[in-house]
Design a protein around this ligand. Structure first.
Ligand SMILES: [Zn+2]
Length: 191
């Protein structure tokens, strides 16, 4: 199983799905991260990727964010699953990643999930999760360590809210696979 996380910023994966990624890596899946723009602080990204076990794949473009070039640089057929940002995400770069991801996935067999990019915010337009991934305390610890790499950017009260959210989804989804849970939306496919 090969999984692609296609995100806008270096800490998006850690905030939204750090526990899930650690679990997938523990289970032997390959998890690649592609970012729309070059990360401002690459050394933090590399440290976080080592903690969670994913591979950061730089796009190696001459200029950032050229949609055509980004689409041409990603071999979506290589992946069984792509996780990306939700269309109603309030951050405009996240929305842009969503639109590019939709183009990438069109007509392909790769399954698409959307991550909850702002788990520390209570309002989140139209995000109605239908996929829940549970993880154990060790995987939760890895998530929290990876978040700490980003220092002040991920403020302490976010971390508390993220922990609460993980526990909340665990109880509401009755997840038997762990006491922490991250929530996703599976894209509907019309065949
Ligand atoms: Zn972001």
């Amino acid at each position: 199983m090969k999984i692609l996380i296609f995100a806008a910023h270096a800490d998006d994966l850690e905030l939204s799905m750090g526990g899930t990624v650690r679990r997938w890596v523990d289970e032997g899946y390959r998890v690649d991260l592609i970012l729309l723009d070059r990360p401002a602080d690459k050394s933090s990204l590399i440290r976080a990727s080592t903690i969670l076990g994913y591979n950061y794949i730089p796009l190696g473009l001459t200029r950032d964010s050229l949609e055509r070039e980004v689409i041409a640089s990603i071999d979506i057929d290589e992946y069984d699953l792509m996780v990306t940002h939700w269309r109603e995400d309030y951050h405009h770069v996240h929305q842009r990643v969503h639109r590019i991801a939709k183009q990438l996935a069109r007509g392909r067999s790769t399954e698409v999930w959307y991550m909850n990019s702002h788990p520390y915010r209570s309002e989140y337009r139209d995000f109605i999760p239908n996929v829940f991934v549970g993880f154990d305390p060790q995987q939760a610890k890895a998530k929290s360590m990876a978040l700490e790499v980003y220092g002040n950017k991920v403020r302490d009260h976010w971390k508390v809210e993220i922990d609460l959210m993980d526990a909340y989804w665990s109880s509401t989804s009755n997840n038997k696979h762990g006491q922490f849970t991250e929530a996703f939306m599976l894209d509907r496919k019309f065949i």
